[in-house]
Design a protein around this ligand. Sequence first.
Ligand code: NI
Length: 394
Amino acid sequence: MHHSAVPEGVIARMREIRRDLHRHPELAFQEERTAARIMAELEALGIACDYGGVGSGVIGRLGPSQPVTTIALRADMDALPGEESTQLPFASQEPGRMHACGHDAHVAMVLGAAHLLAAAPPVVGVRLVFQPAEEKGGGARTVIAAGALEGVSAIFGAHVTHHYRVGQIMVAAGVITAQSDRFRIDVRGRGGHGARPHEATDAVVITGFLITALQTLVSREIDPVHPSVVTIGQVQAGSAPNVIAETAVLEGSIRTTLPAVRDQLHAGLRRMARALGDLHGAEVEVTLQSGYPPVVNTAAEARLAERAARQVVGDAGLMALDHPSMGSEDFAYYLERIPGCYVRFGARPEGSPYVPLHSPAFDIDEGVLPVGAAFFEAVVREAERSPLQGAPPA
Ligand code: NI
C-alpha cells in the first residue's frame, strides 16, 4: 500500500496516539501507561495481546492459529530523561522526561499497521512486539525472554530520523549500527600537599597522560577503513586546588563495527592504562562493560524490506546507507537470534534544520506516520507472497 492510500481515519488515530504518548513520556522499564494505551488499542481491534506488568512489553498476535510462517514487527516504547524545549501544544507534561527519540511515533506506526492488518487479516502469523527500555537496559531481552520470538521467522523494526525527509526510507543489508561498550579506568596514586609533589603520586597528571594516550588508539592502531570511536565522556578527580589528588576516575564509550577491531581496542586500552600506571608508579584498573551488539540486517529480509519500501515510497524514496551509524540499538538482540531488517524512516519536518535524536528540540513531521504504518503492512503482505525461510514455527 502506498502511504498516501492509508485511510484518513487511521492517520488521525496514529496522530492522536503519538501526541498522547508524547504528552506522557515514560522512562525505561516504567512504561505502564504506554502499555495500557497499546493494549486498549489492540483489544479494540480484536487483537489478542499479553502483558507481563511494569517492566515488560506488550505482545500482540494476529493471523491464523497455525501459521506457516510468522513475522514480528517491533516498536520501542520508552522516553528519555531531559526537559523538552519544543513548545509543541502536546509537549511533555512530565517534568524531566521527553520522547526525544521518536519512540512515541514508533508505537503509533505499529498500531497503525495493526489497524491496516485487522481490516484485511493476514494469512501469515504477525507478532506485534512493543518493547520497553530501548534506551537503557536492553528491553529487547525482556520480551525475548517472555517468548516474543517463539515461532517467529523474521523481525522488522524501524527508527525515525532527520537524516531523511518524509517519503524516504533507508533500507540496507549488513551492519547498520555499531557495537557499543563502556569503560571505566580507576587511577590510584598517593594524595598529598599541593606544595610537596615529591611526597605524592598525582592521579590528575596520570589522568592527563591517559586522556592523550587513548586518543592514539583509534588514530594510530586501528585500520582507518574500519570505523571506531573511543570517547572519554566523564572525568572525576580531586577535591581542592592545593591538594594532590589520590584517585581519579575516567569513564567512556567505545564504538566498533567489527569484533576484531573491538578486541584490539579493548586490549589496547588495557595495555596503555597498565603502562601509564607503571610509568608513574600508580595503580590503574580497567573495567570494560559490553553494551548493545551491532545491528546486522540479513540479506533476504533486507530484500523483502526493500520491496515493501518501494511499494510505499517508490524508487525515488528508497535510500541507501553510505556507512554504518556509530550509534547503537538494542534491535541487535533480536537479530542475534533470528533474521530481520531494521530500516530508517525520514521524518525531518519541512523547513526545519537537522535536529539530532535525543535533542530536547527533537520533533518529527507526522507525515511519517502513514509511511511507517504502510511500510509495516507491506512487509507482512510481502511475507504472504514469499514466505521467509527462517526458523520453523514452534
Ligand atoms: Ni531511539
